[in-house]
Write a protein that binds this ligand. Sequence first.
Ligand code: AHR
Length: 325
Amino acid sequence: MLKNKVIRYLTVILTLFVIAGCGSTEEEPADTGLLLGFSQIGSESAWRIGNTRDIENSADNYGISLMLENANQSQENQIAAIRRFIAYKVDVIAFSPIVEDGWDNVLMEAKEAGIPVILVDRDIETTRDDLTTCLIGADFYNEGVMAAEYLIRKADELGLEHVNIVEITGTENSTPMRQRQAGFADTIAEDERMCILERIDGDFLKSRGAECMRYLLETYGDDIDVVFSHNDEMTLGALPEIEKTDLVPGQDIIIISIDGGQEAIDALKAGRINCVVECTPNLGNELMETALSLKNGEEVEAVIHPVERIFSDEQDVSAIGPRGY
Ligand code: AHR
């Protein structure tokens, strides 16, 4: 009796395996034999989660084995992860540096071990330029320029004579924070209507975006004409704080964000955000291509920037398709 039951059970399992096998039409990619160690910053935003997912999917599609470590927003954890990749003798190391300083020692260790290093998303400050091979990431300075150019057009359209701006910035000493701020500041510097009331560190986090906005509203109230926020997460934290007052985001306050994730695009479509500058997290394919080239001893480009767009109330926003992050 028991024997029959076991046989029946095993037959069902076997049948399920066969069906699953027949149903799948996708071919497994050939294994490239490449082992890539990747240290991710953390999971602070929808952008970051989308970036991690994209890198995992790309590694699978290219037949590359990925050792992925999440540093939970800690530079120490990233340095420890890079040391583990070296000890493990991976073929290529990639990492998204949370901040720009403090990488020279560990990168010297990678160099001595003969392991090429790729920077993903963010850049570093270093005394030598032979510690990394290339940077695959957005042109953050240009994102700041695009945000400011939109604001100048909007001020023209509304006939504004004076524009008070509050800026909620990303993680202190990170590349996107420094460059978005610089691109925006350099561009508005040519327009004397523009005035920055305050810059405040929101660390790219939704909770900090809310805290910063509460403080800014308490301090400046309805003097605020514009919120320029360095990422969607902080913007999405700030919006409900504005909505708790009698000010309407998108109407009484111009809201400018960066990233272009689904939730922010939905808020743009609802009129709660005026402009979102795209920063794509989809860097995985470029990363895999570059890692393979390095493994084959080929030259790689020093900087690879993806093409990025701007979404705003100047266009038919209903036509913007699903964002995927
Ligand atoms: O480095 C890219 C930035 O980091 C994105 O704008 C932000 O959302 C992320 O956390």
